[in-house]
Design a protein around this ligand. Sequence first.
Ligand SMILES: *[C@@H]1O[C@H](CO)[C@@H](O)[C@H](O)[C@H]1NC(C)=O
Ligand SMILES: *[C@@H]1O[C@H](CO)[C@@H](O)[C@H](O)[C@H]1NC(C)=O
Ligand SMILES: *[C@@H]1O[C@H](CO)[C@@H](O)[C@H](O)[C@H]1NC(C)=O
Ligand SMILES: *[C@@H]1O[C@H](CO)[C@@H](O)[C@H](O)[C@H]1NC(C)=O
Ligand SMILES: *[C@@H]1O[C@H](CO)[C@@H](O)[C@H](O)[C@H]1NC(C)=O
Ligand SMILES: *[C@@H]1O[C@H](CO)[C@@H](O)[C@H](O)[C@H]1NC(C)=O
Ligand SMILES: *[C@@H]1O[C@H](CO)[C@@H](O)[C@H](O)[C@H]1NC(C)=O
Ligand SMILES: *[C@@H]1O[C@H](CO)[C@@H](O)[C@H](O)[C@H]1NC(C)=O
Ligand SMILES: *[C@@H]1O[C@H](CO)[C@@H](O)[C@H](O)[C@H]1NC(C)=O
Ligand SMILES: *[C@@H]1O[C@H](CO)[C@@H](O)[C@H](O)[C@H]1NC(C)=O
Length: 722
Amino acid sequence: MMFPFFLLFVPLLFIAPARCVDWTSTPFNPPAFPLAVRSPYLSAWLPSGNGTSLNGAWAQFWTGQTLGWAGFVNVDGKSYCFLGTPGVPDATFSQATQKSANFTSTQSTFVLAAGSVDITVRFLSPVEPSDFTKQSMPFSYMAISAVATDGSSHSVQVYSDISAEWVSGNLSLIANWTTTIEDVLTHQVQLETPAPFTEIDDRAQYGSAYYSTTNQASGLTYQTGEDTVVRAQFINNSKLANTLDTNYRAISNNWPVSSSYAHDLGTVSNSETTPIVIGVGFSRDPAIEYIIADDVLQNRSSYFLSAFSSPLDAMTSFLQDYDAALERAYTLDAQVNSDASAISTDYAGLVALSIRQLLGGIEITLSKNSDGSFNTSDVLVFLKEISSDGNVNTVDVIFPAFPGLLYLNPQLVKLLLQGLFEYQATGQYPNKYSCHDLGSSYPVANGHNAGTDEAMPVEESGNMVIMALGYALKSGDNSQLSQFEDLLDQWTQFLITDSLIPNNQLSTDDFAGSLANQTNLAIKGIVGIKAMSKIAELLGDSSKSSNYSSIASSYVSQWQSLATSSSGNHLTLNYGNDSSWSLSYNMYADKLLQLDVFPESVYTMQTEWYKTVDATFGVPLDTRHTYTKSDWQILTAGIMTDTSVRDMFIEADVKFASSGMSSQPFADWYDTVTGDAETFRARPVVGAHQMIQQSLAQAQVTLPRPHLPRHHHHPAQRTMPL
Ligand SMILES: *[C@@H]1O[C@H](CO)[C@@H](O)[C@H](O)[C@H]1NC(C)=O
Ligand SMILES: *[C@@H]1O[C@H](CO)[C@@H](O)[C@H](O)[C@H]1NC(C)=O
Ligand SMILES: *[C@@H]1O[C@H](CO)[C@@H](O)[C@H](O)[C@H]1NC(C)=O
Ligand SMILES: *[C@@H]1O[C@H](CO)[C@@H](O)[C@H](O)[C@H]1NC(C)=O
Ligand SMILES: *[C@@H]1O[C@H](CO)[C@@H](O)[C@H](O)[C@H]1NC(C)=O
Ligand SMILES: *[C@@H]1O[C@H](CO)[C@@H](O)[C@H](O)[C@H]1NC(C)=O
Ligand SMILES: *[C@@H]1O[C@H](CO)[C@@H](O)[C@H](O)[C@H]1NC(C)=O
Ligand SMILES: *[C@@H]1O[C@H](CO)[C@@H](O)[C@H](O)[C@H]1NC(C)=O
Ligand SMILES: *[C@@H]1O[C@H](CO)[C@@H](O)[C@H](O)[C@H]1NC(C)=O
Ligand SMILES: *[C@@H]1O[C@H](CO)[C@@H](O)[C@H](O)[C@H]1NC(C)=O
């Protein structure tokens, strides 16, 4: 996990010479640093752009709304701001000076100098894929330690707060708050009039924000009140008044900082203090409304609530677990970094930046029995199609998330698909192809009984068959395949009739519009048919397996003449459109599932072709526009037969991410000429960035333990022990 120092400057010098960041940013300066990112509604980021320090901007929700989160440190009575950009008219303070910033898969860590004391501010959003209780806790840590840099001793106190902006997208609404003083101190804030299952500007209009800290240090003080008053109290006095403001009011009415703490670190010298630890969270109950048989809507709760009597108890446990959580985080960071570094340093940085964003798009839930107890055998995972339209469990958004989830824990894939399967197995969805999503507006998964969801017939039918097989191959568990064999076969029948010559329809890239005869859609359909052949084999139906296998093979030969340009050196975007081409990223599923339905010559041809059409920030999605998708670039990278072309795609994504052109949580849709981000951001589709690792890990499961050189097309030895 050591980063050679010179690598820090590579993006700065060669990618964006205009950038000027006064501190080291490792592995590169990202568009936005994840601060507290654990669910679609706990999503706090530092907009970074060309390089913004921790005290150079307010934390933001992924939409860009401000999340008041302020921090000051007093050193020998002199006050420095280290977090956010609070204005405190009645008090005097300076700015701490940022010295470094870095990110790993689980952490974003900043070091700032406050006079002769350096403080380290670590934001840890745990990634706990194999522990559903821990993974489903919508909580995150901020840990702060201090060390003197001048050989002397200094008196140090640390202050932080959150505002009521954490609980609504409408600042005119009234919030209330309470403070609980036990082993752990917790400030809790919520709307006085919650509206379950609704959002305003993508913010949940129900649920509570939590701001907690352990009550062990003798010097801990707290306060609730107006922002400028509470902050001035600390700046002037290095401690808070232990008073509570019960004048519940609108979020923007004399800005209540419903939550603040001051920790006295005492005398700080040249050995680093143990960190003070703060937990920030946002929890709702119920989390999800989900359609079951007979059009009944079921309430579903976050999984962790089955293990605790309340979110507050869970937060207490979460805080007390910090040291162990940090150890687990280091282990996961090291494993991901080691796996990804086998490809390249650039790739390792891209993957590290993507993991919290991926898991920040999902929630793990349980239903309740009629007696109110949890049904722990009914686990379903939900995903929000963040920023593009807010749909629930969009199949073609799960598809790019799937490589990362398969890597972290294949159960997450199974349980994301399970809700889609169960709904369609009730017979309420009327179309013969797979539905697009489970509901138009997260967190309401009320299905599409009218069948009027955004139609992507070939796309979603192929995706479901491919992902169901992917889970089964990775896990060795065929139970979902056998439970839903009829649906899988129904969708395959559809692919058999509709995918060789795909009608005018949308693909996942709906922003590009509909088109007939899309080469890449036909690929998805053909891979889907071949995948069903493999499924039939796994389920013991050898005649169906060989029938579907021969259909897929015959489609491939027909497709090759329909889809290859007359010049013979690339695939087209759509049949017969000779000068057109596109990223044929759907072939990645052929490789991932080791179906080998497409001949190697097609992979070689595409590899040679993409070399010739690389733009400043990568290869365009297709010939209609100059934009591309970071996720599809990495899937394409994963099927290149030449490592240098693979790396060309990876470098393009990293170049965009480190260019300073965007200050939003990773925007997967961006322009290859200007580097400008399009409208998507913070989407879980960045799970696709783990595709190359995934192809390695998957190979290990299906092949005898290999001793082959680690190369992206060869099976390799490493996988996550999860
Ligand atoms: C970063 O700087 C470049 C060059 O000045 C500018 O084009 C770009 O908009 C800036 N990025 C942000 C997020 O403001
Ligand atoms: C990140 O910065 C912290 C504080 O300087 C340091 O302890 C840690 O080793 C750094 N991690 C990486 C991966 O650079
Ligand atoms: C925000 O809340 C205020 C006060 O209840 C209300 O008048 C206004 O319509 C709300 N705005 C939105 C966008 O919901
Ligand atoms: C705050 O509002 C919630 C929702 O209406 C309510 O349940 C709770 O009792 C209120 N708390 C206080 C301290 O008023
Ligand atoms: C803080 O000190 C300033 C004078 O430096 C004074 O004007 C202000 O009222 C004080 N505020 C608090 C809350 O102590
Ligand atoms: C589901 O939750 C909502 C919001 O809390 C509540 O109004 C409704 O009664 C619940 N439904 C059932 C069946 O428990
Ligand atoms: C619990 O969930 C499982 C899986 O969905 C279901 O089969 C079972 O009937 C449920 N149990 C009860 C008591 O509802
Ligand atoms: C799609 O391709 C087939 C086979 O080349 C052709 O017959 C058909 O006309 C095309 N459809 C459209 C709408 O171009
Ligand atoms: C193969 O599958 C197709 C599509 O379901 C079906 O029409 C055909 O009859 C099957 N052929 C055999 C030999 O089973
Ligand atoms: C052919 O591809 C171009 C993009 O290269 C596209 O603009 C055009 O609409 C396509 N033509 C047809 C007939 O599909």
